[in-house]
Design a binder for this molecule. Sequence first.
Ligand SMILES: Cc1cc2nc3c(=O)[nH]c(=O)nc-3n(C[C@H](O)[C@H](O)[C@H](O)COP(=O)(O)OP(=O)(O)OC[C@H]3O[C@@H](n4cnc5c(N)ncnc54)[C@H](O)[C@@H]3O)c2cc1C
Length: 263
Amino acid sequence: MITFQKYVKAETLEEAYTLNQVKNNKIVGGMLWLRLGTPTYNTVIDISGLGLNLIEEDDEQYKIGAMVSLRELETNKSLNDYTDNAIQNALKDVIGVQFRNLATIGGSIWGRFGFSDVLTVFLALDTYVELYKGGIVSLAEFSKMKYDRDILLHIIVKKKPCKCVYDSVRIQRTDFPVLTCAASIIDDEYKIVIGARSGKALLYGDEKGMLSGGITTENAAAFAGELSKCVPTSTNNRGSAAYRSRLVNVLTERNLLKLGGLM
Ligand SMILES: Cc1cc2nc3c(=O)[nH]c(=O)nc-3n(C[C@H](O)[C@H](O)[C@H](O)COP(=O)(O)OP(=O)(O)OC[C@H]3O[C@@H](n4cnc5c(N)ncnc54)[C@H](O)[C@@H]3O)c2cc1C
């Protein structure tokens, strides 16, 4: 059970940031991950009163506050129209509706969890994070950064001509995924993201131009075969490295065929 000495509902971002610099103080989102285990904190910092609970949209981008719940993302019509329901597909198996009503996008992206459907799907979009002190950095860069004591304010998704698909394999619905795969084409550039390898999601492009000229059944199979040889996979209690590599092949090919309208 989580224990903490003090609870502070921050009134300003500066107050939240200052408190967060103290060792053993902790920002909380939905607290669903934090409550696991038996952590003990001095002060937990609630940032729910700082206006970070909105999905804002203009012609150029979506700006998603860190306290927006996974359920709000899953049911946001505009975001799902833009991503061909990839966001909904990525989130629908995360435990259940009540859980997704509480889990925040801020906690999910900040965690950079190895099993994350959330990280996988947002890496396939043109996504940036806005940090209180660190400014705006691409999600790809953020996913590789070390954990520090900054605050994640917003997730920014640039609106560009985009097609996106998402798939995952689970032993049973609502379990952690055995493998996740998102594929997109944004401004004629392919992005393939493989997560739950078991390790943090990794982003790949079509550096060799195998898919240039459009997706065919042949080049989708060839690309997927090559990718499955270079994505690092490992074994845990959900699947072996060899099984995961096989899934990289299958899910990548399937997602490319869907992207190309061939499936
Ligand atoms: C049992 C279980 C099963 C799950 N299964 C899946 C799954 O299948 N797929 C999937 O994608 N995810 C899964 N998750 C993860 C879940 O979706 C959330 O990502 C997770 O609960 C964190 O969200 P939260 O809002 O609860 O964050 P919290 O638990 O409150 O915080 C998580 C971490 O992020 C930090 N943090 C939170 N917000 C901020 C912020 N704005 N700025 C800086 N730091 C911040 C916290 O200090 C903490 O270190 C699962 C979680 C649990 C507990």
